[in-house]
Design a protein around this ligand. Structure first.
Ligand code: NAD
Length: 287
């Protein structure tokens, strides 16, 4: 078994994505975010997941700069928000993200949600990819029917789909579809976003006890056993470290079956088919 924290999966275009990254959703405090990024780099994280809508791309850039890590050693993801979707708008939003992140390329750019103009957005993303400005492209919160729609456009297939996934919402059908089609499954909310009692589950405590691991570590390892990319978020140094200590143990088939029983089909985040929400978030607020 590999013990390397920077283990990676290969996307269908040959680009390697580290299995573990740090998510920075809701990290609004500049100092806190910079310290989190620096701790993560210190503990071996080489992958960071942000988005324009998080409003913290400049802080991520600062954290990476202060950590002293060379740009080429980092895998950096950002996402185009709903009100920036459309062909021209996406290209503009991409450049804005590059400027804020103080870089001239991204490792991964994602369509954040399947808003109305997602096909035009994808056309722009494919062009950005083919011009070499981004090493890989993908989508987020896409259901099977959204992926099928893209398939019928005769464009490139997304390399990744970043979707809410945790033991209470394993997305088994979508997971299998993506596996069949060679789309890497990236999990957001891998710990249930702190909105769930998941980590208090006796099942996870019992399994963790066998391996000297916490419930959070068992959940994160469950994702890895399913070949998912994970981007758990924490601002706490001890948790950032804890969430990286996943590569020195393995779950058995029996452990996996027990965790599968925690499935309650509960989403804690938005539903990608909630058209009202997609519409509302596609309107650019006036300044
Ligand atoms: P998460 O599942 O990573 O949960 C984070 C919360 O879990 C923390 O705030 C903390 O309360 C708790 N936690 C973290 N480590 C812990 C530990 N070791 N022990 C106990 N509790 C712990 O949820 P998330 O932040 O929503 O998701 C991760 C990342 O995914 C985000 O930061 C963001 O980058 C991305 N994301 C993407 C989308 C999308 O639509 N594409 C949506 C939400 C999040």
């Amino acid at each position: 078994m590999s013990h390397a924290l920077n283990d990676s999966y290969e996307l269908y275009n040959g680009v390697e994505i580290p299995k573990l990254g740090l998510g920075v959703f809701l990290m609004k405090d500049e100092h806190e975010l910079i310290e989190a990024v620096k701790s993560a780099v210190e503990f071996g994280y080489r992958h960071f997941d942000t988005a324009k809508i998080y409003g913290n791309e400049t802080y991520v850039a600062r954290g990476l700069k202060e950590s002293g890590i060379p740009r080429e050693e980092i895998f950096l993801t950002s996402k185009v928000w709903n009100y920036d979707q459309g062909y021209e708008e996406t290209k503009k939003a991409f450049q804005e993200s590059l400027d804020k992140l103080e870089t001239d390329y991204l490792d991964l750019y994602l369509i954040h949600w399947p808003a109305e103009k997602f096909v035009d957005t994808w056309r722009a993303m494919v062009e950005l990819y083919e011009s070499g400005k981004v090493r890989s492209i993908g989508v987020s919160n896409f259901q099977i029917h959204h992926l099928e729609k893209l398939k019928n456009e005769g464009l490139l297939q997304p390399m990744i789909n970043q979707i809410e996934t945790h033991p209470e919402f394993p997305q088994n059908e979508l997971h299998e579809y993506m596996k069949r089609n060679g789309i890497i499954h990236e999990s957001w909310g891998p710990l249930g976003q702190g909105k769930s009692d998941l980590l208090d589950s006796p099942t996870l405590a019992k399994i963790g006890q066998k391996y000297f691991k916490t419930p959070a570590q068992v959940v994160l390892r469950w994702h890895l056993e399913r070949d998912e990319v994970i981007i758990p978020k924490s601002v706490h140094r001890n948790r950032i470290k804890e969430n990286s200590e996943l590569f020195d143990f393995k779950l058995t088939q029996e452990d996996m079956h027990e965790i599968a029983l925690l499935n309650t089909e509960t989403r804690y985040g938005g539903n990608p088919d909630d058209q009202e929400r997609l519409k509302e978030t596609s309107i650019k607020p006036s300044k």
